[in-house]
Design a protein around this ligand. Structure first.
Ligand code: NI
Length: 250
């Protein structure tokens, strides 16, 4: 398995990162995309990718961090930086700085377009706004932990996007995510944890870590009525298709 979205570059995961990577390996996780949200965590993600062969990095300015400028262009040349992200718009935590969020988001989409790297998109109460912006750019990417309007799924799929599924799919009231999963063809699904957040059942409420991506895979295989071995093969191929730099080693 590949955990396509984990923040092992922040506390508490960073404090035990070696153990957490080993736990993941024991559960069959071969690679982890460690996602930055600001300059400090971008650099930490790259450092981890240099130290651990299983770890790859994604760099970006998250919508909650838009006081910072997206001036990380040189980092994208690093062989283990596989994506621009996480970037996006969040209208759950803050609405008053939407103009700034849009400005920083557009700048980063342009950076992704020019560098040829895929994007990892964070959307919260904002998938309509995001769609109207993203369609202006020639980028591919993933809607990470997507759990908004299922009617937008087809539109994102038409843009060439993938749908990232995390622990929410195992929750009891996950109807919206179940609908999204139903609409998404196997070849556009990615699995992720968003560690340390969103622990799947049976670890709900505890700190999440990449090893738990196994529970996401198992739930998805049940929902899609395909064996977890086959689904693992397909979602792994999907990850390599979207993030070709996952083939790089240093
Ligand atoms: Ni995240």
């Amino acid at each position: 398995m590949i955990d396509t979205h984990a923040h092992i570059n922040i506390s508490p995961l960073l404090d035990n990162v070696e153990k957490i990577i080993n736990n993941a390996k024991k559960n069959g996780v071969k690679k982890i995309i460690c996602v930055g949200i600001n300059h400090e965590t971008n650099l930490k993600a790259i450092k981890l990718s240099e130290k651990y062969k299983e770890v790859y990095a994604s760099v970006g300015i998250h919508p909650s961090e838009v006081k910072e400028e997206p001036n990380y262009l040189s980092l994208l040349l690093h062989p283990k930086v596989v994506a621009v992200g996480e970037i996006g718009i969040d209208l759950y935590w803050r609405k008053d700085n939407l103009d700034r969020q849009i400005d920083v988001f557009r700048k980063q989409l342009k950076i992704a377009e020019e560098s040829g790297l895929p994007v990892i998109i964070h959307s919260r109460n904002s998938s309509n706004v995001i769609y109207e912006i993203v369609k202006d750019y020639n980028v591919k990417g993933v809607m990470h932990c997507y759990s908004e309007h299922s009617d937008l799924v087809d539109k994102y799929l038409d843009l060439g996007f993938y749908i990232g599924v995390g622990g929410i799919v195992t929750f009891k009231n996950a109807n919206l995510v179940l609908e999204i999963v139903k609409k998404t063809p196997l070849e556009r699904l990615l699995i992720e944890t968003d560690s340390p957040y969103l622990s799947p059942v049976p670890f709900r409420g505890k700190t999440n870590e990449p090893k738990n991506v196994l529970y996401v895979l198992e739930k998805l295989s049940e929902l899609k009525n395909v064996s977890s071995v086959v689904l693992n093969k397909i979602t792994t191929e999907n990850a390599y298709n979207l993030f070709p730099k996952l083939n790089n080693t240093i």
